[in-house]
Design a binder for this molecule. Structure first.
Ligand SMILES: Nc1ncnc2c1ncn2[C@@H]1O[C@H](COP(=O)(O)OP(=O)(O)O)[C@@H](O)[C@H]1O
Ligand SMILES: [Mg+2]
Length: 273
């Protein structure tokens, strides 16, 4: 397997000004290295504030790294300028946690979903519409949804719309930053099942972020455990869950009530936690 995305020693320090202009440093990410192979599904797990979103935002360059290297297909993309980044943005897309604030309220679903492909350019309106319809169908929504507005949909439906939107440019890598954390448990299960299907059908590579180890285990072959901006341990998800080598990972496992339960739940969404 060839490395698709390589992250080496990535560091991000935020400098903020507190009261009286005093500069405060937050070491959000502290020397994180990891390699993602084509077709893999990697889960990143850790408590709130451990740097998961920072890692995601650095990869898609919503934030500039303080130091370290990001390589795509062996090519250093860490310091590419906006212009040079554009062709790469097509290949890596991100889905955020909050299905309520991530969709423009005044745009129709059709406009929202089409936007990434319009920005990319080079496609006819007919092509864009066809792909939007195909993707909406793949995430389980009717074509009629295209003419409607975000407020007409539930949280789970909106998150499925966000996923369809992210897939418009035919990305290879999908970064999912807590995509189901704001949803009810049964709706969470539906979205996770859709993500599993999509990965298979579209041969996607996932970087799936969650604070919930059970969710990560369901979706990911490999699990990376993070704490305070650092990688604590990583390995096959089964192994991490059944035989963690770090005390911190054991604590995370113990923090999930009945960790076996969510997997049964996924087969029977009517069952509650
Ligand atoms: N833009 C920012 N400015 C200052 N501090 C930030 C910023 N973004 C994140 N942080 C801090 O960096 C740390 C990691 O945050 P984050 O990556 O959002 O964690 P997670 O996604 O794991 O909850 C936290 O202490 C957070 O407060
Ligand atoms: Mg986060």
């Amino acid at each position: 397997m060839s490395a698709l995305l390589e992250i080496e020693n990535l560091t991000k320090t935020f400098r903020t000004r507190g009261f009286f202009g005093k500069v405060k440093e937050v070491h959000a990410l502290n020397g994180v290295s990891l390699t993602i192979h084509k077709g893999e599904s990697i889960g990143i797990v850790g408590e709130s504030g451990c740097g998961k979103s920072t890692l995601a935002n650095l990869i898609v360059r919503l934030e500039e790294p303080t130091s370290g290297t990001i390589r795509l297909d062996g090519k250093d993309i860490t310091h590419l300028k906006e212009e040079e980044l554009r062709p790469l943005r097509r290949r890596i897309q991100i889905v955020f946690q909050d299905p309520y604030s991530s969709l423009s309220p005044r745009m129709t679903i059709g406009q929202i979903v089409a936007e990434p492909m319009r920005v990319l350019g080079g496609h006819s309106e007919a092509e864009i519409r066809e792909r939007a319809e195909t993707l909406l169908h793949m995430v389980g929504l009717q074509p009629g949804a295209l003419a409607r507005y975000p407020h007409e949909f539930s949280g789970g439906q909106r998150q499925r719309i966000s996923i369809a939107r992210a897939l418009m440019t035919e990305p290879e890598i999908l970064i999912l930053d807590e995509p189901t954390s704001a949803l009810d448990v049964s709706v969470q299960a539906q979205v996770l099942n859709i993500l599993t299907d999509l990965r298979e059908k579209l041969h996607l590579t996932y970087l799936f972020i969650s604070h919930n180890l059970a969710v990560v285990k369901y979706i990911s072959d490999q699990t990376v455990v993070m704490r305070r901006g650092e990688v604590v341990e990583m390995g096959p998800s089964d192994r991490i869950l059944t035989a963690p080598s770090e005390k911190y990972t054991r604590e995370l496992i113990e923090a999930v009530p009945m960790i076996g339960k969510p997997f049964r739940l996924l087969e029977d969404p009517a069952e509650s936690l």
